[in-house]
Design a protein around this ligand. Structure first.
Ligand code: ZN
Length: 379
């Protein structure tokens, strides 16, 4: 059940029609069609799952409960807080279609749309930090958590969440930020951005070895002063609701409580969903509701409710809208009364925590005691 607070919470939403116009070009899944064996079709990172989430909110009237926040383009200076100047210039210089890096394509207008995506998360962050809204959801595209300082990757052009966290520090003086990444792929770009930073806790829960192939391992725990402030939970394929709930109970929530964030971001991918074509997990709407409820609760406890949820992956066009609705219900505290028509996956065998999943979670839970504390500061 959504958590109901006594105070009135307002939830902001950022979106823009142009987010749905970023075009990865014709593809078979993620592969460029070759005219020989790969029939041309829609790239898996299409607008559809995102547009249909917005469509469900609009069609059911739930959108009326949300406060619209206008996006703006991120400035060059804001991009350069993380990205290198040559990289930003190279994206800006693309005309028409291009492959930018590992599994990242751009089409006409993609630079402008990508800076509007990054800037949309900045606008959501500003709205939360100025108190215009209690929390916010950035329904932006292209996604960001794979983008590194000098390269695009995994459908991501600019590092939306990392840039927003840096913005929160630079412009609002926020001291301690936690980023929880439940996209099913490893948040390698976000991890890289704050790997040596003890004031930004990054936690990524993902399918072991799915993408990027070799990052996101348990042993990647930060460097220098940042040791302990990065936690990876690489779950085995096939993990379901029980595993995700256990990760939150044993790793995410204890780590957040120890860290005591002033602001929380969620890199919110829905590709751990049981119907997703890009991964092999079994999460369902109840899983997303449980994870969002846990984060909302910690935000209320330590961060004055300040929480920014940022849309990342999720490629089942029919399932993502209902998983997303569950997250909105958590953010607002108001149930929609709409049942997930695809929820039969919640009853599949092996949804419960399995021993080989528990072994990974045990290992990650052992790292919680190394999460940097606020050094006894009163807050
Ligand atoms: Zn993903």
């Amino acid at each position: 059940m959504p958590i109901v607070h006594d105070d009135v919470r307002t939830t902001g939403i950022v979106t823009h029609e142009r987010y749905y116009w970023h075009d990865n070009g014709s593809a078979a899944g993620t592969r460029r069609s070759d005219g020989v064996v790969l029939q041309p079709g829609e790239h898996v990172e299409s607008p559809e799952s995102k547009r249909r989430l917005h469509g469900l909110l609009a069609a059911t009237g739930y959108l009326d409960r949300l406060t619209p926040i206008a996006p703006r383009p991120a400035t060059r200076a804001e991009l350069l807080r993380f990205h290198t100047d040559p990289y930003v210039a190279s994206v800006a210089a693309v005309e028409g279609w291009a492959a930018l890096g590992t599994s990242a394509f751009v089409g006409p207008g993609s630079y402008d749309i990508a800076i509007l995506s990054a800037g949309g998360v900045l606008a959501a962050t500003d709205a939360v930090l100025t108190g215009a809204v209690t929390n916010a959801y950035a329904l932006v595209r292209p996604p960001g958590h794979h983008a590194e300082a000098d390269r695009a990757m995994g459908f991501c052009i600019f590092a939306n969440v990392a840039l927003a966290a840096m913005h929160a520090v630079a412009e609002h003086g926020v001291g301690r930020i936690a980023i929880v990444d439940w996209d099913v792929h490893h948040g390698n770009g976000t991890q890289a951005a704050f790997y040596a930073d003890p004031d930004v806790l990054t936690v990524s829960i993902h399918q072991d070895g799915r993408f990027p192939r070799w990052t996101g391992q348990l042993g990647e725990r930060g460097e220098g002063a940042g040791v302990g402030a990065n936690i990876n939970v690489p779950l085995p394929p096939g993990s379901g609701h029980g595993a995700y709930v256990e990760v939150f109970e044993r790793v995410v929530v204890p780590a957040l409580r120890r860290f005591r964030p002033d602001l929380i971001f969620v890199a919110c991918g829905y590709d751990a969903g049981a119907y997703d074509p890009m991964a092999h997990m079994m999460a369902h709407t109840g899983t997303y509701r449980a994870m969002a409820d846990a984060v909302v609760e910690v935000a209320a406890e330590f961060a004055s409710d300040r929480l920014v949820v940022v849309h990342e992956g999720g490629y089942s066009s029919f399932h993502v809208p209902f998983c997303g609705l569950a997250v909105f219900e958590s953010l607002t505290g108001e149930p929609s009364g709409i049942a997930d028509p695809f929820n039969e996956v919640a009853g599949l065998p092996y949804q419960d925590l399995q021993p080989h999943q528990a072994a990974v979670i045990d290992a990650a839970a052992a790292f919680v005691d190394d999460v940097p504390t606020s050094r006894g500061e009163s807050r």
